[in-house]
Design a binder for this molecule. Structure first.
Ligand code: NAP
Length: 246
Protein backbone atom coordinates (compact mmCIF):
# COMPACT_ATOMS: atom_id res chain seq x y z
CA UNK A 1 0.00 0.00 0.00
CA UNK A 2 0.97 3.60 -0.66
CA UNK A 3 1.86 4.47 2.96
CA UNK A 4 3.14 1.08 4.13
CA UNK A 5 5.87 1.52 6.75
CA UNK A 6 5.08 5.21 7.25
CA UNK A 7 3.99 6.90 10.45
CA UNK A 8 1.37 9.68 10.46
CA UNK A 9 0.32 12.02 13.26
CA UNK A 10 -3.11 13.70 13.17
CA UNK A 11 -4.14 16.34 15.70
CA UNK A 12 -7.80 16.37 16.71
CA UNK A 13 -8.19 12.94 15.12
CA UNK A 14 -11.06 11.75 17.32
CA UNK A 15 -13.97 13.12 15.32
CA UNK A 16 -15.08 14.99 12.21
CA UNK A 17 -12.48 15.72 9.56
CA UNK A 18 -9.58 14.50 11.74
CA UNK A 19 -11.26 11.12 12.23
CA UNK A 20 -11.80 10.72 8.47
CA UNK A 21 -8.16 11.66 7.83
CA UNK A 22 -6.88 9.20 10.46
CA UNK A 23 -8.94 6.33 9.03
CA UNK A 24 -7.95 7.18 5.43
CA UNK A 25 -4.20 7.31 6.14
CA UNK A 26 -4.41 4.04 8.10
CA UNK A 27 -6.32 2.48 5.19
CA UNK A 28 -3.44 3.53 2.93
CA UNK A 29 -1.07 1.64 5.23
CA UNK A 30 0.25 4.17 7.76
CA UNK A 31 0.66 3.54 11.47
CA UNK A 32 -1.02 6.35 13.37
CA UNK A 33 -0.63 8.72 16.29
CA UNK A 34 -3.69 10.71 17.33
CA UNK A 35 -3.36 13.80 19.53
CA UNK A 36 -6.71 14.60 21.10
CA UNK A 37 -8.29 16.36 24.07
CA UNK A 38 -10.99 13.72 24.51
CA UNK A 39 -9.32 10.32 24.59
CA UNK A 40 -12.60 8.36 24.60
CA UNK A 41 -13.36 9.44 21.05
CA UNK A 42 -9.75 8.93 19.95
CA UNK A 43 -9.78 5.40 21.42
CA UNK A 44 -12.77 4.48 19.24
CA UNK A 45 -10.86 5.62 16.13
CA UNK A 46 -7.76 3.81 17.35
CA UNK A 47 -9.73 0.58 17.72
CA UNK A 48 -10.97 0.84 14.12
CA UNK A 49 -7.39 1.39 12.95
CA UNK A 50 -6.26 -1.64 14.98
CA UNK A 51 -8.96 -3.69 13.24
CA UNK A 52 -7.37 -2.69 9.90
CA UNK A 53 -4.11 -4.27 11.10
CA UNK A 54 -2.32 -0.95 11.73
CA UNK A 55 -0.77 0.31 14.93
CA UNK A 56 -2.26 3.41 16.53
CA UNK A 57 -1.48 5.27 19.74
CA UNK A 58 -3.61 8.04 21.21
CA UNK A 59 -2.09 10.78 23.35
CA UNK A 60 -3.98 13.39 25.38
CA UNK A 61 -2.52 16.60 23.99
CA UNK A 62 -3.82 20.14 24.02
CA UNK A 63 -2.04 21.41 20.90
CA UNK A 64 -1.94 24.93 22.33
CA UNK A 65 0.15 23.73 25.29
CA UNK A 66 3.91 23.52 24.54
CA UNK A 67 4.56 20.92 27.28
CA UNK A 68 1.73 18.69 26.07
CA UNK A 69 3.04 18.87 22.50
CA UNK A 70 6.60 18.09 23.60
CA UNK A 71 5.42 15.09 25.66
CA UNK A 72 3.21 13.90 22.80
CA UNK A 73 6.06 13.95 20.29
CA UNK A 74 8.32 12.23 22.82
CA UNK A 75 5.79 9.42 23.17
CA UNK A 76 5.35 9.19 19.38
CA UNK A 77 9.09 8.92 18.71
CA UNK A 78 9.53 6.49 21.61
CA UNK A 79 6.82 4.25 20.09
CA UNK A 80 7.54 4.47 16.36
CA UNK A 81 11.05 5.99 16.09
CA UNK A 82 9.95 8.51 13.42
CA UNK A 83 7.13 10.63 12.01
CA UNK A 84 6.69 10.87 8.22
CA UNK A 85 3.39 12.75 8.01
CA UNK A 86 1.95 15.49 10.23
CA UNK A 87 -1.62 16.71 9.77
CA UNK A 88 -2.41 19.89 11.73
CA UNK A 89 -6.17 19.47 11.95
CA UNK A 90 -7.24 20.42 15.50
CA UNK A 91 -9.30 23.58 15.43
CA UNK A 92 -12.00 25.50 17.28
CA UNK A 93 -14.38 28.39 16.69
CA UNK A 94 -15.50 31.08 19.17
CA UNK A 95 -17.65 33.29 16.97
CA UNK A 96 -18.77 36.86 17.67
CA UNK A 97 -18.88 40.13 15.79
CA UNK A 98 -15.67 41.99 16.47
CA UNK A 99 -17.11 44.60 18.86
CA UNK A 100 -18.40 41.79 21.07
CA UNK A 101 -15.41 39.49 20.71
CA UNK A 102 -13.76 38.80 24.06
CA UNK A 103 -9.97 38.87 24.41
CA UNK A 104 -10.01 35.26 25.63
CA UNK A 105 -11.99 34.13 22.56
CA UNK A 106 -9.42 35.76 20.29
CA UNK A 107 -6.55 34.19 22.25
CA UNK A 108 -8.07 30.71 22.50
CA UNK A 109 -8.80 30.44 18.80
CA UNK A 110 -5.39 31.77 17.75
CA UNK A 111 -3.68 29.51 20.30
CA UNK A 112 -5.35 26.28 19.21
CA UNK A 113 -5.60 26.89 15.46
CA UNK A 114 -2.35 28.72 14.72
CA UNK A 115 0.03 28.32 17.66
CA UNK A 116 -0.98 24.64 17.84
CA UNK A 117 0.11 24.17 14.21
CA UNK A 118 3.36 26.04 14.94
CA UNK A 119 4.19 23.91 18.01
CA UNK A 120 3.47 20.60 16.23
CA UNK A 121 5.28 21.63 13.04
CA UNK A 122 8.36 22.80 14.97
CA UNK A 123 8.52 19.45 16.75
CA UNK A 124 7.90 17.47 13.54
CA UNK A 125 10.57 19.15 11.38
CA UNK A 126 13.23 18.20 13.94
CA UNK A 127 12.63 14.50 13.35
CA UNK A 128 11.69 14.82 9.63
CA UNK A 129 14.94 16.74 8.91
CA UNK A 130 17.00 13.82 10.21
CA UNK A 131 15.26 11.38 7.85
CA UNK A 132 15.28 13.98 5.02
CA UNK A 133 11.65 13.24 4.28
CA UNK A 134 8.35 14.57 5.51
CA UNK A 135 4.86 15.66 4.60
CA UNK A 136 3.21 18.45 6.61
CA UNK A 137 -0.42 19.25 5.84
CA UNK A 138 -2.39 21.90 7.74
CA UNK A 139 -6.13 22.46 7.59
CA UNK A 140 -6.92 26.09 6.75
CA UNK A 141 -10.40 27.18 5.58
CA UNK A 142 -12.20 28.81 2.67
CA UNK A 143 -12.94 31.75 4.99
CA UNK A 144 -9.20 32.58 5.02
CA UNK A 145 -9.76 33.68 1.39
CA UNK A 146 -13.27 35.14 1.60
CA UNK A 147 -13.56 36.53 5.14
CA UNK A 148 -16.62 35.74 7.25
CA UNK A 149 -18.62 38.05 9.50
CA UNK A 150 -18.46 36.95 13.13
CA UNK A 151 -15.25 34.97 12.71
CA UNK A 152 -12.40 37.53 12.84
CA UNK A 153 -10.40 35.32 15.24
CA UNK A 154 -10.98 32.11 13.25
CA UNK A 155 -10.34 33.74 9.87
CA UNK A 156 -7.13 35.35 11.14
CA UNK A 157 -5.94 31.96 12.43
CA UNK A 158 -6.75 30.20 9.14
CA UNK A 159 -5.16 32.95 7.02
CA UNK A 160 -2.15 32.68 9.34
CA UNK A 161 -1.91 28.99 8.45
CA UNK A 162 -1.47 29.95 4.78
CA UNK A 163 1.50 32.28 5.38
CA UNK A 164 2.96 29.85 7.91
CA UNK A 165 2.70 27.00 5.38
CA UNK A 166 4.49 28.94 2.64
CA UNK A 167 7.28 29.97 5.00
CA UNK A 168 7.94 26.49 6.43
CA UNK A 169 7.79 25.12 2.87
CA UNK A 170 10.66 27.44 1.91
CA UNK A 171 12.65 26.69 5.07
CA UNK A 172 12.47 22.90 4.71
CA UNK A 173 12.34 22.21 0.96
CA UNK A 174 16.04 21.35 0.92
CA UNK A 175 15.40 18.66 3.57
CA UNK A 176 12.86 16.78 1.48
CA UNK A 177 9.93 18.04 3.55
CA UNK A 178 6.86 19.34 1.69
CA UNK A 179 4.47 21.67 3.50
CA UNK A 180 0.98 22.33 2.17
CA UNK A 181 -2.47 23.38 3.34
CA UNK A 182 -6.01 22.37 2.51
CA UNK A 183 -8.80 24.95 2.61
CA UNK A 184 -12.12 23.15 3.14
CA UNK A 185 -15.41 24.82 2.33
CA UNK A 186 -18.53 23.82 4.27
CA UNK A 187 -18.00 20.28 5.57
CA UNK A 188 -20.65 18.46 7.61
CA UNK A 189 -19.21 17.96 11.12
CA UNK A 190 -20.12 19.00 14.67
CA UNK A 191 -18.42 22.35 13.94
CA UNK A 192 -20.94 23.18 11.20
CA UNK A 193 -23.90 21.30 12.79
CA UNK A 194 -23.88 24.08 15.38
CA UNK A 195 -24.78 26.75 12.77
CA UNK A 196 -28.40 28.02 12.51
CA UNK A 197 -30.51 26.49 9.67
CA UNK A 198 -30.88 29.81 7.82
CA UNK A 199 -27.08 30.25 7.73
CA UNK A 200 -26.72 26.74 6.31
CA UNK A 201 -29.40 27.40 3.67
CA UNK A 202 -27.69 30.65 2.63
CA UNK A 203 -24.33 28.86 2.36
CA UNK A 204 -25.76 26.04 0.26
CA UNK A 205 -26.86 28.60 -2.34
CA UNK A 206 -23.20 29.69 -2.68
CA UNK A 207 -21.95 26.18 -3.53
CA UNK A 208 -22.01 25.48 -7.31
CA UNK A 209 -21.82 21.71 -6.78
CA UNK A 210 -25.04 22.06 -4.76
CA UNK A 211 -24.16 20.11 -1.62
CA UNK A 212 -22.08 20.33 1.54
CA UNK A 213 -18.85 18.36 1.70
CA UNK A 214 -18.16 15.27 3.79
CA UNK A 215 -15.09 14.77 5.99
CA UNK A 216 -13.95 12.13 3.46
CA UNK A 217 -13.69 14.83 0.77
CA UNK A 218 -10.98 16.48 2.87
CA UNK A 219 -9.38 13.15 3.77
CA UNK A 220 -9.01 12.36 0.03
CA UNK A 221 -7.02 15.56 -0.53
CA UNK A 222 -4.87 14.78 2.52
CA UNK A 223 -4.19 11.27 1.17
CA UNK A 224 -2.80 12.79 -2.02
CA UNK A 225 -0.64 15.38 -0.25
CA UNK A 226 0.61 12.69 2.17
CA UNK A 227 1.62 10.39 -0.67
CA UNK A 228 4.89 10.21 -2.61
CA UNK A 229 2.90 11.25 -5.74
CA UNK A 230 2.67 14.82 -4.41
CA UNK A 231 6.47 15.16 -4.08
CA UNK A 232 6.77 18.20 -6.42
CA UNK A 233 4.06 20.19 -4.62
CA UNK A 234 5.03 22.45 -1.73
CA UNK A 235 3.86 25.77 -0.28
CA UNK A 236 0.42 25.33 -1.86
CA UNK A 237 -3.18 25.48 -0.73
CA UNK A 238 -5.64 22.95 -2.17
CA UNK A 239 -9.23 24.23 -2.11
CA UNK A 240 -11.88 21.57 -1.44
CA UNK A 241 -15.14 23.51 -1.39
CA UNK A 242 -17.58 22.42 -4.13
CA UNK A 243 -16.72 25.58 -6.06
CA UNK A 244 -17.79 27.94 -3.25
CA UNK A 245 -14.57 29.92 -3.79
CA UNK A 246 -12.71 29.95 -7.13
P1 NAP B 1 -14.69 19.20 14.97
O1 NAP B 1 -15.66 18.13 14.59
O2 NAP B 1 -15.08 20.18 16.03
O3 NAP B 1 -13.31 18.50 15.35
C1 NAP B 1 -12.23 19.24 15.85
C2 NAP B 1 -11.32 18.29 16.60
O4 NAP B 1 -10.22 19.03 17.13
C3 NAP B 1 -12.04 17.64 17.78
O5 NAP B 1 -11.71 16.27 17.81
C4 NAP B 1 -11.47 18.38 18.98
O6 NAP B 1 -11.42 17.61 20.16
C5 NAP B 1 -10.06 18.67 18.49
N1 NAP B 1 -9.48 19.76 19.27
C6 NAP B 1 -10.03 20.96 19.54
N2 NAP B 1 -9.20 21.69 20.30
C7 NAP B 1 -8.09 20.94 20.50
C8 NAP B 1 -6.88 21.15 21.20
N3 NAP B 1 -6.64 22.28 21.86
N4 NAP B 1 -5.96 20.15 21.19
C9 NAP B 1 -6.20 18.98 20.56
N5 NAP B 1 -7.33 18.73 19.87
C10 NAP B 1 -8.27 19.70 19.85
O7 NAP B 1 -14.31 20.08 13.70
P2 NAP B 1 -14.04 19.70 12.18
O8 NAP B 1 -15.11 20.32 11.40
O9 NAP B 1 -13.73 18.25 12.03
O10 NAP B 1 -12.72 20.59 11.92
C11 NAP B 1 -11.42 20.04 11.72
C12 NAP B 1 -10.55 21.12 11.14
O11 NAP B 1 -11.07 21.54 9.87
C13 NAP B 1 -10.47 22.38 11.99
O12 NAP B 1 -9.18 22.92 11.94
C14 NAP B 1 -11.46 23.31 11.32
O13 NAP B 1 -11.17 24.66 11.59
C15 NAP B 1 -11.24 22.94 9.88
N6 NAP B 1 -12.33 23.31 8.98
C16 NAP B 1 -13.57 22.78 9.13
C17 NAP B 1 -14.57 23.14 8.25
C18 NAP B 1 -15.97 22.58 8.33
O14 NAP B 1 -16.83 23.02 7.55
N7 NAP B 1 -16.26 21.64 9.20
C19 NAP B 1 -14.32 24.08 7.24
C20 NAP B 1 -13.05 24.61 7.12
C21 NAP B 1 -12.06 24.21 7.99
P3 NAP B 1 -12.56 17.70 21.29
O15 NAP B 1 -13.85 17.39 20.59
O16 NAP B 1 -12.12 16.69 22.27
O17 NAP B 1 -12.53 19.10 21.79
Amino acid sequence: MELDGQVALVTGGGQGIGKAISLALAKDGADMIIFELNLDKAEEVSKKIGDMGRKCITVKVNVANPEDVENGFHKAIETFGKIDILVNNAGITKDALIVRMKDEDWDNVLNVNLKGAFLCTRAAVKTMSKQRYGRIISISSVVAFMGNSGQANYVASKAGIVGFTKTVAREYASRGITVNAIAPGFIQTSMTDALPEQVKEAMLKEIPLGEFGDPEDIANAVRFLASKDSGYITGQVIHVNGGMYM
